[in-house]
Design a protein around this ligand. Structure first.
Ligand SMILES: Nc1ncnc2c1ncn2[C@@H]1O[C@H](COP(=O)(O)OP(=O)(O)OP(=O)(O)O)[C@@H](O)[C@H]1O
Ligand SMILES: [Mg+2]
Length: 332
């Protein structure tokens, strides 16, 4: 199946102050440092990794909301036009974003029905009646009641607000949604409802998702494929079910081992591998494999040479010098 959206070797570097104070020297922060992704129609790619590893920046690069330092994004085979140009605005109707905080994403002064209809004002020539009708239909499709059309965001629950954000994102008939921690701000009891809604929308409308989350349990539930990021790079990538059942990179193993009480049914016994410490400062990324400072398997080669993504069986890609070694196989 050909890719809906293909990102190749994306980099986004920021110049930041390396220390405290006004006169601290400037340094380069590599928020995203050579990420390639392919999103297929109607499928979900989960993007995981610890806080600050570059997930949101990758999402914004994919949408063109942040221009890349280098690298390319192709949507349906065409280069993504520069942000703000008419061509980019035309394309935006096909790629929408859903953020973590639904209240922050909505205008407190406007009824939700008006806000759901807003994308049509930007992207299509429609009458007020048409907008209202289509907003009501979108509300129904995300499980909101028609009588809630005139409600204001603060009069709704967190889960209902996220449904409003989804209804608004669906108005232009997108085929890709970038969901950045879409359920993290919701009560646990509501999270499952929104996850089910996302799955249901995908089945009905064939939308592809880039699903960004640090919650691996949810990512496992929704994703067909998964990419694991560490300090701006993808360290492992592959089909979700097999990746969670048999993670190969020591970092992925540690993340999977930290998922609370998941039954992997009949798979190999899960190892106890805990991540030590916090991720290193992204302004000062360790030499060689960036994970070597926290990896129990690191050798001199890992400290000196950066590993690149290499194919394993089953389409898995892993960036680890030691992935084929018996020592690591036994540890698994
Ligand atoms: N505009 C910016 N200027 C400077 N640094 C930035 C900017 N945006 C992001 N960064 C830095 O880039 C790195 C990646 O940030 P990003 O928001 O992509 O991480 P994340 O994986 O989404 O984290 P989280 O899970 O906490 O949302 C971080 O170190 C962050 O501080
Ligand atoms: Mg983020």
């Amino acid at each position: 199946m050909s890719a809906l959206l293909e990102a190749t070797n994306l980099r986004r570097h920021y110049r930041v102050r390396a220390g405290q104070g006004l006169f601290a020297p400037k340094a380069v922060l590599r928020a995203v440092d050579g990420v390639s992704l392919a999103l297929r129609p109607g499928r979900t790619l989960g993007l995981v990794g610890e806080s600050g590893c570059g997930k949101s920046t990758t999402g914004k690069l994919v949408l063109g909301l942040v221009p890349p330092t280098s690298g390319t994004v192709h949507y349906r085979g065409q280069t993504l036009p520069p942000v703000g140009t008419p061509a980019w605005r035309g394309l935006r109707r096909h790629i929408q974003m859903v953020y973590q905080d639904p209240l922050g994403a909505l205008d407190r002064r406007l009824p939700i029905g008006t806000q759901i209809g807003e994308p049509l004002v930007i992207h299509e020539q429609t009458t007020a009646t048409e907008r209202r009708d289509r907003a009501l239909a979108a509300m129904e499709s995300v499980g909101l009641q028609r009588h809630q059309y005139e409600r204001y965001p603060h009069e709704l629950s967190g889960g209902q607000r996220q449904r409003v954000v989804l209804a608004r994102a669906l108005m232009t008939g997108p085929d890709l949604l970038v969901c950045d921690e879409p359920i993290s701000a919701l009560d646990v009891s509501i999270q499952a409802q929104v996850v089910n809604l996302l799955l249901d929308l995908q089945e009905r409308l064939g939308i592809a998702y880039l699903f960004i989350s640090h919650d691996l349990k949810v990512v496992r539930q929704v994703s067909h494929d998964v990419a694991v990021m560490y300090l701006g790079r993808i360290v492992e990538q592959g089909e979700a079910e097999s990746l969670f059942a048999a993670p190969a990179h020591p970092y992925t193993r540690a993340l999977v081992a930290a998922i609370p009480t998941v039954d992997f049914g009949g798979g190999p016994k899960r190892e106890r591998m805990l991540l030590q410490g916090d991720p290193p400062n992204p302004v000062n990324v360790p030499s060689g494999c960036a994970f070597h400072t926290r990896c129990p398997f690191a050798t001199a080669q890992c400290r000196a040479e950066a590993p690149t993504l290499q194919p394993l069986a089953g389409g898995r890609m892993v960036a680890c010098h030691r992935v084929h070694e018996p020592a690591l196989q036994v540890a698994a």
